[in-house]
Design a protein. Structure first.
Length: 301
Protein backbone atom coordinates (compact mmCIF):
# COMPACT_ATOMS: atom_id res chain seq x y z
CA UNK A 1 0.00 0.00 0.00
CA UNK A 2 1.39 3.37 -1.01
CA UNK A 3 1.87 5.70 1.95
CA UNK A 4 0.38 9.17 1.56
CA UNK A 5 2.85 11.98 2.17
CA UNK A 6 1.70 15.41 3.29
CA UNK A 7 2.77 18.37 1.21
CA UNK A 8 4.66 21.12 3.02
CA UNK A 9 1.56 23.31 3.00
CA UNK A 10 -0.52 20.51 4.51
CA UNK A 11 2.08 20.06 7.23
CA UNK A 12 2.08 23.79 8.00
CA UNK A 13 -1.71 23.89 8.02
CA UNK A 14 -1.93 20.90 10.38
CA UNK A 15 0.64 22.45 12.74
CA UNK A 16 -1.20 25.79 12.82
CA UNK A 17 -4.61 24.20 13.40
CA UNK A 18 -3.09 22.19 16.26
CA UNK A 19 -1.77 25.41 17.85
CA UNK A 20 -5.16 27.12 17.44
CA UNK A 21 -7.04 24.21 18.99
CA UNK A 22 -4.47 23.94 21.79
CA UNK A 23 -5.02 27.64 22.52
CA UNK A 24 -8.76 27.09 22.78
CA UNK A 25 -8.16 24.13 25.10
CA UNK A 26 -5.64 25.83 27.41
CA UNK A 27 -7.00 29.37 27.71
CA UNK A 28 -10.32 30.55 29.08
CA UNK A 29 -10.84 33.62 26.89
CA UNK A 30 -8.74 33.79 23.70
CA UNK A 31 -9.18 36.12 20.74
CA UNK A 32 -7.69 36.69 17.29
CA UNK A 33 -5.77 39.93 16.68
CA UNK A 34 -7.03 40.96 13.25
CA UNK A 35 -5.19 43.67 11.34
CA UNK A 36 -6.74 43.07 7.92
CA UNK A 37 -3.36 41.97 6.55
CA UNK A 38 -2.83 38.70 4.71
CA UNK A 39 -1.28 36.93 7.72
CA UNK A 40 -4.16 37.66 10.10
CA UNK A 41 -6.53 36.72 7.27
CA UNK A 42 -4.80 33.33 6.95
CA UNK A 43 -4.93 32.81 10.73
CA UNK A 44 -8.66 33.57 10.66
CA UNK A 45 -9.12 31.16 7.74
CA UNK A 46 -7.25 28.45 9.67
CA UNK A 47 -9.39 29.08 12.76
CA UNK A 48 -12.52 28.71 10.67
CA UNK A 49 -11.22 25.35 9.39
CA UNK A 50 -10.16 24.27 12.90
CA UNK A 51 -13.70 24.53 14.27
CA UNK A 52 -15.81 23.86 11.18
CA UNK A 53 -18.79 23.38 10.93
CA UNK A 54 -19.14 25.57 14.04
CA UNK A 55 -18.28 29.26 13.90
CA UNK A 56 -14.96 30.53 15.27
CA UNK A 57 -15.56 30.34 19.06
CA UNK A 58 -13.71 33.54 19.94
CA UNK A 59 -13.87 37.13 18.67
CA UNK A 60 -11.69 39.06 16.27
CA UNK A 61 -10.03 42.12 17.84
CA UNK A 62 -8.97 45.03 15.66
CA UNK A 63 -7.06 48.10 16.83
CA UNK A 64 -8.27 50.98 14.67
CA UNK A 65 -5.61 53.69 14.55
CA UNK A 66 -7.71 56.09 12.52
CA UNK A 67 -5.02 55.92 9.81
CA UNK A 68 -6.20 52.68 8.23
CA UNK A 69 -6.58 52.09 4.52
CA UNK A 70 -10.33 52.30 3.66
CA UNK A 71 -9.93 49.06 1.71
CA UNK A 72 -8.77 47.28 4.89
CA UNK A 73 -11.81 48.34 6.90
CA UNK A 74 -14.19 47.40 4.09
CA UNK A 75 -12.58 43.96 3.81
CA UNK A 76 -12.70 43.49 7.61
CA UNK A 77 -16.42 44.20 7.82
CA UNK A 78 -17.24 41.92 4.87
CA UNK A 79 -15.17 39.06 6.33
CA UNK A 80 -16.81 39.32 9.75
CA UNK A 81 -20.22 39.28 8.12
CA UNK A 82 -19.40 36.28 5.89
CA UNK A 83 -17.99 34.25 8.81
CA UNK A 84 -20.72 35.27 11.27
CA UNK A 85 -17.83 36.20 13.56
CA UNK A 86 -17.79 38.63 16.48
CA UNK A 87 -15.69 41.79 16.06
CA UNK A 88 -14.36 44.00 18.85
CA UNK A 89 -12.64 47.27 17.95
CA UNK A 90 -10.31 49.39 20.07
CA UNK A 91 -9.78 52.96 18.91
CA UNK A 92 -6.44 54.76 19.22
CA UNK A 93 -8.31 58.07 19.03
CA UNK A 94 -10.05 57.16 22.31
CA UNK A 95 -6.67 56.60 23.96
CA UNK A 96 -5.49 60.01 22.69
CA UNK A 97 -8.69 61.73 23.86
CA UNK A 98 -8.31 60.16 27.30
CA UNK A 99 -4.75 61.45 27.60
CA UNK A 100 -3.27 57.96 27.81
CA UNK A 101 -0.99 58.49 24.85
CA UNK A 102 0.25 61.63 23.06
CA UNK A 103 -0.42 62.36 19.41
CA UNK A 104 2.83 62.44 17.47
CA UNK A 105 3.50 65.64 15.54
CA UNK A 106 5.74 66.43 12.58
CA UNK A 107 6.34 65.16 9.08
CA UNK A 108 7.02 61.59 10.22
CA UNK A 109 4.17 61.44 12.73
CA UNK A 110 2.68 57.97 13.21
CA UNK A 111 0.17 56.28 15.48
CA UNK A 112 1.98 52.97 15.28
CA UNK A 113 3.51 53.19 18.75
CA UNK A 114 0.32 54.65 20.25
CA UNK A 115 -1.67 51.55 19.31
CA UNK A 116 0.18 49.50 21.94
CA UNK A 117 -1.72 51.30 24.72
CA UNK A 118 -5.04 50.76 22.94
CA UNK A 119 -4.26 47.08 22.38
CA UNK A 120 -3.36 46.45 26.03
CA UNK A 121 -6.43 48.36 27.23
CA UNK A 122 -8.69 46.37 24.88
CA UNK A 123 -7.23 43.04 26.03
CA UNK A 124 -7.64 44.06 29.67
CA UNK A 125 -11.19 45.40 29.18
CA UNK A 126 -12.42 42.10 27.78
CA UNK A 127 -10.15 40.00 30.04
CA UNK A 128 -8.54 38.10 27.17
CA UNK A 129 -5.85 35.71 28.42
CA UNK A 130 -4.54 34.80 24.95
CA UNK A 131 -4.38 36.76 21.70
CA UNK A 132 -3.69 34.84 18.49
CA UNK A 133 -1.80 36.78 15.84
CA UNK A 134 -0.28 36.39 12.40
CA UNK A 135 3.39 37.09 13.13
CA UNK A 136 5.94 34.90 11.36
CA UNK A 137 9.56 34.28 12.30
CA UNK A 138 10.88 35.14 8.83
CA UNK A 139 9.45 38.68 8.92
CA UNK A 140 11.88 40.41 11.24
CA UNK A 141 14.74 39.48 13.58
CA UNK A 142 12.87 40.16 16.82
CA UNK A 143 9.95 38.01 15.66
CA UNK A 144 12.41 35.19 15.04
CA UNK A 145 12.80 35.00 18.84
CA UNK A 146 9.13 34.27 19.43
CA UNK A 147 7.65 30.98 20.61
CA UNK A 148 4.25 29.69 19.51
CA UNK A 149 3.02 30.58 23.03
CA UNK A 150 4.67 33.92 23.80
CA UNK A 151 4.37 34.86 27.47
CA UNK A 152 3.57 38.48 28.46
CA UNK A 153 3.79 39.78 32.02
CA UNK A 154 1.09 41.69 33.92
CA UNK A 155 2.13 44.87 32.10
CA UNK A 156 1.80 43.21 28.69
CA UNK A 157 5.57 43.28 28.22
CA UNK A 158 7.61 40.68 26.38
CA UNK A 159 10.96 39.41 27.62
CA UNK A 160 12.73 37.35 24.92
CA UNK A 161 15.01 35.81 27.58
CA UNK A 162 12.07 34.57 29.64
CA UNK A 163 10.23 32.39 27.14
CA UNK A 164 9.36 28.76 27.69
CA UNK A 165 10.75 25.75 25.80
CA UNK A 166 8.37 24.05 23.38
CA UNK A 167 9.91 20.63 22.88
CA UNK A 168 7.82 17.94 21.16
CA UNK A 169 5.06 20.51 20.44
CA UNK A 170 4.18 20.74 24.13
CA UNK A 171 2.98 24.22 25.04
CA UNK A 172 2.95 25.65 28.55
CA UNK A 173 0.12 28.14 28.92
CA UNK A 174 0.26 28.51 32.69
CA UNK A 175 0.24 32.08 33.90
CA UNK A 176 -0.24 34.26 36.94
CA UNK A 177 -3.20 36.60 37.42
CA UNK A 178 -2.93 39.55 35.03
CA UNK A 179 -0.52 37.83 32.67
CA UNK A 180 -1.46 36.71 29.19
CA UNK A 181 -0.06 35.05 26.08
CA UNK A 182 0.33 36.04 22.47
CA UNK A 183 -0.04 32.96 20.28
CA UNK A 184 1.47 32.75 16.79
CA UNK A 185 0.06 29.73 14.88
CA UNK A 186 1.86 30.54 11.61
CA UNK A 187 5.30 31.15 13.13
CA UNK A 188 6.97 28.61 10.83
CA UNK A 189 5.42 29.91 7.61
CA UNK A 190 7.28 32.11 5.13
CA UNK A 191 5.84 34.86 2.97
CA UNK A 192 5.99 32.49 0.00
CA UNK A 193 4.12 29.80 1.99
CA UNK A 194 1.41 32.32 2.79
CA UNK A 195 0.89 33.23 -0.85
CA UNK A 196 0.95 29.61 -2.02
CA UNK A 197 -1.64 28.75 0.63
CA UNK A 198 -3.80 31.72 -0.36
CA UNK A 199 -3.71 30.43 -3.93
CA UNK A 200 -4.46 26.84 -2.86
CA UNK A 201 -7.38 27.84 -0.64
CA UNK A 202 -8.61 30.60 -2.96
CA UNK A 203 -8.70 33.09 -0.06
CA UNK A 204 -9.94 36.56 -1.06
CA UNK A 205 -7.73 39.50 -0.04
CA UNK A 206 -7.97 43.29 0.09
CA UNK A 207 -7.32 44.86 -3.31
CA UNK A 208 -4.25 46.60 -1.83
CA UNK A 209 -2.20 43.44 -2.31
CA UNK A 210 -2.62 43.52 -6.08
CA UNK A 211 -1.19 45.97 -8.60
CA UNK A 212 -3.17 49.19 -8.99
CA UNK A 213 -2.53 52.83 -9.82
CA UNK A 214 -2.24 55.09 -6.81
CA UNK A 215 -1.13 58.60 -5.91
CA UNK A 216 2.11 58.15 -3.98
CA UNK A 217 5.05 60.03 -2.55
CA UNK A 218 8.63 58.75 -2.37
CA UNK A 219 10.13 59.21 1.10
CA UNK A 220 13.61 57.81 1.61
CA UNK A 221 13.52 54.17 0.55
CA UNK A 222 9.75 53.96 0.97
CA UNK A 223 6.85 54.68 -1.37
CA UNK A 224 3.90 55.91 0.70
CA UNK A 225 0.30 56.16 -0.41
CA UNK A 226 -0.77 59.79 -0.46
CA UNK A 227 -3.54 60.65 2.01
CA UNK A 228 -4.74 63.40 4.33
CA UNK A 229 -2.39 61.96 6.96
CA UNK A 230 0.76 62.62 4.89
CA UNK A 231 2.38 66.05 5.01
CA UNK A 232 4.69 66.71 2.05
CA UNK A 233 8.19 68.07 2.55
CA UNK A 234 9.43 70.86 0.32
CA UNK A 235 11.38 68.45 -1.88
CA UNK A 236 8.57 65.89 -2.19
CA UNK A 237 5.84 65.66 -4.81
CA UNK A 238 2.92 63.39 -5.63
CA UNK A 239 3.11 61.00 -8.57
CA UNK A 240 0.80 58.29 -9.87
CA UNK A 241 2.50 54.90 -9.71
CA UNK A 242 1.55 51.30 -10.43
CA UNK A 243 2.03 49.71 -7.02
CA UNK A 244 0.95 47.01 -4.63
CA UNK A 245 1.58 46.36 -0.93
CA UNK A 246 3.40 43.35 0.50
CA UNK A 247 2.32 44.15 4.05
CA UNK A 248 -0.51 46.34 5.31
CA UNK A 249 -0.39 48.70 8.26
CA UNK A 250 -1.22 52.39 8.61
CA UNK A 251 -1.26 54.73 5.61
CA UNK A 252 1.55 56.74 7.23
CA UNK A 253 4.03 53.87 7.55
CA UNK A 254 3.21 51.19 4.99
CA UNK A 255 5.53 51.24 2.01
CA UNK A 256 4.36 50.09 -1.40
CA UNK A 257 6.43 48.49 -4.13
CA UNK A 258 6.23 49.26 -7.82
CA UNK A 259 4.69 46.17 -9.36
CA UNK A 260 2.53 44.93 -12.22
CA UNK A 261 1.58 41.70 -10.39
CA UNK A 262 -2.22 41.61 -10.48
CA UNK A 263 -2.86 37.91 -9.79
CA UNK A 264 -1.88 35.58 -6.97
CA UNK A 265 0.22 33.51 -9.36
CA UNK A 266 2.15 36.60 -10.50
CA UNK A 267 2.73 37.66 -6.88
CA UNK A 268 4.10 34.21 -6.02
CA UNK A 269 6.63 34.58 -8.82
CA UNK A 270 7.52 38.08 -7.64
CA UNK A 271 7.96 36.99 -4.00
CA UNK A 272 10.08 33.99 -5.00
CA UNK A 273 12.49 36.30 -6.86
CA UNK A 274 12.57 39.06 -4.23
CA UNK A 275 15.72 39.65 -2.15
CA UNK A 276 14.13 42.13 0.26
CA UNK A 277 11.93 41.17 3.20
CA UNK A 278 8.31 42.29 3.05
CA UNK A 279 8.91 44.74 5.93
CA UNK A 280 12.00 46.16 4.27
CA UNK A 281 10.22 49.37 3.28
CA UNK A 282 8.06 49.81 6.38
CA UNK A 283 8.74 53.31 7.72
CA UNK A 284 8.08 52.25 11.34
CA UNK A 285 10.82 49.61 11.20
CA UNK A 286 13.35 52.13 9.88
CA UNK A 287 13.28 54.42 12.93
CA UNK A 288 16.04 52.37 14.56
CA UNK A 289 17.71 48.98 14.21
CA UNK A 290 15.76 47.68 17.21
CA UNK A 291 12.48 49.53 16.68
CA UNK A 292 10.34 46.39 16.38
CA UNK A 293 11.88 44.73 19.44
CA UNK A 294 11.54 47.94 21.46
CA UNK A 295 7.83 48.09 20.63
CA UNK A 296 7.32 44.41 21.37
CA UNK A 297 8.90 44.82 24.81
CA UNK A 298 6.29 47.52 25.52
CA UNK A 299 3.42 45.24 24.58
CA UNK A 300 3.17 45.69 20.81
CA UNK A 301 1.76 42.85 18.70
Amino acid sequence: MKKYRLSHLEELEAESIYVIRESFAQFQNPCILFSGGKDSIVVTHLAAKAFFPANIPFPLVHVDTGHNFPETLEYRDNLVRNLSARLLVGYVQDSINQGKVPEEKGLNASRNRAQTVTLLDTLALHQFDAALGGARRDEEKSRAKERFFSHRDEFGQWDPKNQRPELWSLFNGRKQIGEHFRVFPISNWTELDIWQYIQQENIPLPSLYFSHERACVRRGDAILAMSEHITLRETEYVENLQVRFRTIGDLTITGAIESSASTTEQIIGEVAASRQTERGNRADDQRSETSMEDRKREGYF
